[in-house]
Design a protein around this ligand. Structure first.
Ligand SMILES: NC(=O)c1ccc[n+]([C@@H]2O[C@H](COP(=O)([O-])OP(=O)(O)OC[C@H]3O[C@@H](n4cnc5c(N)ncnc54)[C@H](OP(=O)(O)O)[C@@H]3O)[C@@H](O)[C@H]2O)c1
Length: 248
């Protein structure tokens, strides 16, 4: 399949989880993919190797999305590797839940720096390279609207990201660059395992309220990202697309 033939995509936080699923999905449709990571070089190299084994093109580039210098380097490396940029997926994110009594400035800034400042810095830089037909895809969360208990800061980052999606859609629309968001419900990723969510009452409750009756998998997000990256979604911008098996 080649719906993204000759397109170049940067996927932030693609060394594992949803980002890895999206990177592989975009590559399977012919996009050359930059697999960004913060610290998991091994994970990023594995994603690149899987893409190449299927005949795709990919490179791994380290960079902390919350650091402007790293983000500038990420896009300079992209240009060097593939010569252009068509798609940015702002997926890198951290989640930490904390009861309000345990919320600290450190917790607040860690989450806001990665989940909100990161996509803003990456889009600022990407906008220098993207041309007509460019697509920015943010990865938000159902938490922006559902606001589960103990997620005040995390949910706030994703609510802020929805606002960023709408504002940048307005700002970049005249340049024919679209900005949309994929907002997942719970997804079985390395991060969710590390946070101890698997098997929790919280997750069981979420699955019980999910019409399609299961937790999401990283592979669910490749086709959705392909749709938002391609001209098939050419009349959509500023949309926040709930991708949660129906969980609201
Ligand atoms: N899983 C869910 O249930 C769920 C639900 C709704 C929304 N989301 C959102 O989906 C996105 C991905 O979640 P996930 O569950 O796939 O996460 P994950 O398994 O924890 O993976 C996170 C990825 O982001 C990268 N990353 C973290 N901080 C970074 C930084 N400062 N700069 C660059 N990369 C960074 C990590 O790189 P390293 O490995 O190198 O650190 C890793 O590749 C997040 O935005 C999350 O909020 C997830």
């Amino acid at each position: 399949m080649s719906r993204l033939k000759n397109k170049v995509a940067v996927v932030t936080g693609a060394s594992k989880g949803i980002g890895a699923g999206i990177a592989k999905g975009l590559a399977a449709e012919g996009a050359s993919v930059v697999v960004n990571y913060a610290s998991s070089k091994e994970g990023a190299d594995k994603v690149v190797a899987e893409i190449k084994a299927k005949g795709g093109k990919a490179v791994a580039v380290q960079g902390d999305v919350a650091k402007a210098a790293d983000v500038e380097r990420l896009f300079a490396e992209t240009k060097k590797a593939f010569g252009r940029l068509d798609v940015l997926v702002n997926n890198a994110g951290v989640y930490e839940f904390a009861p309000i009594g345990d919320v600290t400035e450190k917790h607040f800034h860690r989450l806001f720096d990665t989940n909100v400042l990161g996509p803003i810095l990456a889009t600022r830089e990407a906008a220098k390279y993207l041309g007509e037909g460019g697509s920015v895809i943010n990865v938000g969360s159902v938490a922006a609207t559902s606001g589960p208990a103990t997620s005040a800061v995390y949910s706030a980052t994703k609510g802020a990201l929805d606002s960023v999606t709408r504002a940048l859609a307005n700002e970049l629309g005249p340049k024919k660059i679209r900005v949309n968001s994929i907002n997942p419900g719970p997804v079985e990723t390395e991060g969710v395992h590390a946070a101890g969510f698997m098997g929790s009452d919280f997750l069981k409750g979420a699955i019980a309220q999910t019409p399609l009756g299961r937790i999401g998998q990283p592979e669910d997000f490749g086709p959705i990202a392909v749709f938002l990256a391609s001209e098939e979604s050419g009349w959509l911008t500023g949309e926040t697309l709930l991708a949660s098996g129906g969980l609201r």
